[in-house]
Design a protein around this ligand. Structure first.
Ligand SMILES: [Zn+2]
Length: 406
């Protein structure tokens, strides 16, 4: 699906700009006019993390005139394996500031706008307004749906990407252009799907691990982030055939790219003919931090890491179970725990390993998976089982800072 250029060309390029962008200018498809469009473009990048890092760096180098950065977090040592816009000396500093400085070092001709806050329903319109295109580098489902809906209502197309371990995906969701004032744009986007056309419902809570729980190969971020910039440049300048109505799937282990067709869903809750989502919704509850069963099981059966420490010191009838995976156990652990991964509870093989005369205490990395397992255990008759709120992350932060975190 080809889409007309999103941006009108700027009046001029300066001599400095012509020198800097000469390798673009001599590509006939880009030329002076394409580079002037990039100069006039305003692109918002959500997140200065795994995908945002390469995206920001290449957008800056390409000469996108105004780049917005939405990011509230600070640089952590565990980010540096993949978030290459930040360096060692940035640890502990706001990511948005660190990213801004890197962008300005790459290309001082770019104007950087920092939005140093967490994106939410109250600020999303004000932040998005005025941008031609959004590059979404978020890592959680609640924010993804919010970005999709807000971009659609404001008529802004966006480039989406997602990464996990060795697998990446990318697409361009341009359904919002049907809300454009420009009839040519409305016509071009007549069949463009949105994220909800492809994923009408978020995955059940706890089913899809995040990169923080499951890991990600650092260089995968560059593969997907650079595809996002590639598509952004095409959309801004009207070049080629962008990933509108197509989903790119990348497998780094097989080194295979596949492209699937994604159709607009005429019954889509957001961009369909009888839309039911007509304004921003409560995305946290739509996506659910934990499932209802897990939340019920955890209510009144959650202990703190301090309580756990006391139990481990004072009692000898505690059976502490770590439901994470072996690779996580190899990084850090709570002393005295037994590793029984969540999968063994799902297939039932874990139950025979549990003593019936001891107090069973479950923990995982942050408390989400252990709450899911707690629901299974309670269903199997372990009514006094509990789980540890905050998991091993809280243990390392509050009880034993000598251990590494991840
Ligand atoms: Zn849709």
């Amino acid at each position: 699906m080809s889409i007309p250029a999103l941006v009108e060309p700027a009046a001029e390029l300066t001599v400095d700009e012509v020198r800097r962008y000469s390798r673009h200018l001599i590509i006939p498809d880009v030329g002076m006019i394409g580079q002037k469009r990039l100069k006039n473009a305003k692109v918002l990048v959500i997140g200065a993390g795994g995908l945002g890092s390469p995206a920001l760096m290449y957008l800056a180098a390409a000469g996108v005139g105004t780049i917005g950065i939405v990011e509230f977090d600070e640089v952590d040592e565990s980010n540096l394996q993949r978030q290459i816009i930040h360096g060692q000396s940035d640890v502990g500093r706001p990511k948005a500031i660190s990213a801004k400085e890197s962008v300005e070092e790459i290309n001082p001709l770019v104007k950087v706008v920092v939005h140093g806050e967490r994106l939410d329903n109250d600020n999303v319109y004000a932040i998005f307004e005025g941008y031609d295109l959004i590059v979404d580098g978020t890592d959680n489902f609640a924010t993804r749906y919010m970005v999709n809906d807000a971009a659609y209502f404001l008529g802004i197309p966006y480039v989406w990407g997602s990464i996990y371990r060795f697998d990446g995906q990318a697409s361009v969701y341009a359904a919002g252009l049907r809300n454009s004032d420009d009839p040519v744009m409305r016509e071009a986007a007549a069949e463009a799907p949105c994220y909800r056309c492809l994923y009408p419902e978020p995955p059940p809570p706890g089913m899809v691990p995040s990169c923080a729980e499951g890991g990600v190969l650092g260089v995968l971020c560059a593969s997907i982030g650079s595809i996002q910039v590639n598509e952004a440049i095409k959309m801004l300048t009207g070049m080629g055939d962008p990933l509108v109505g197509k989903l790119m799937i990348y497998d780094a282990l097989e080194m295979e790219y596949r492209k699937l067709k994604v159709r607009r869903d005429p019954n889509c809750a957001l961009c369909g003919e009888n839309a039911t989502v007509t304004e921003l919704i409560d995305y946290e509850s739509f996506c659910g931090a934990v499932s209802e069963e897990a939340a019920d099981a955890a209510a009144g059966s959650t202990i703190s890491v301090h309580q756990l420490k006391q139990w481990l010191d004072d009692r000898d009838d505690i059976f502490l179970v770590d439901v994470r995976e072996q690779v996580e156990w190899d990084i850090n652990r709570i002393p005295g725990a037994t590793l029984i991964p969540k999968g063994d509870f799902l297939n039932g093989s874990a139950l025979e390993k549990l003593p019936s005369d001891k107090q069973v205490v479950l923990h995982c990395k942050s408390g989400v998976r252990s709450a899911e397992v707690l629901a299974i255990l309670k269903g199997a008759g372990f009514s006094d089982a509990v789980h540890v709120g905050g998991g091993v992350v809280a243990w390392v932060n509050q009880i034993d800072p000598s251990q590494p975190s991840y």
